[in-house]
Ligand binder design. Structure first.
Ligand SMILES: [Zn+2]
Length: 74
């Protein structure tokens, strides 16, 4: 049985706000989580565009997570 290293993985919930290291092409770097799973569906708070991104890619790109307006340590 494989045991996966958590690799700095964060427990992300729907409606969490993510601050990413790499900004969206529109210049905004805050995203709202719409769906979690193998792929995350996130919405750019700047331009409202929705993107599907593999979980791994999202996790590597997270700088900060806000839940209910409170900062969560990553
Ligand atoms: Zn955008």
């Amino acid at each position: 049985m494989w045991i996966y290293e958590r690799d700095g993985a964060v427990d992300i919930h729907i409606n969490d706000e993510l601050v990413m290291k790499k900004p969206h092409p529109c210049g905004n770097n805050r995203f709202l989580v719409l769906r979690v799973g193998m792929d995350f569906k996130i919405r750019c708070i700047g331009c409202g565009r929705e993107v599907m991104t593999p979980r791994k890619k999202v996790e590597h790109n997270i700088r900060q997570v806000f839940r209910d307006g409170e900062k969560i340590t990553v």
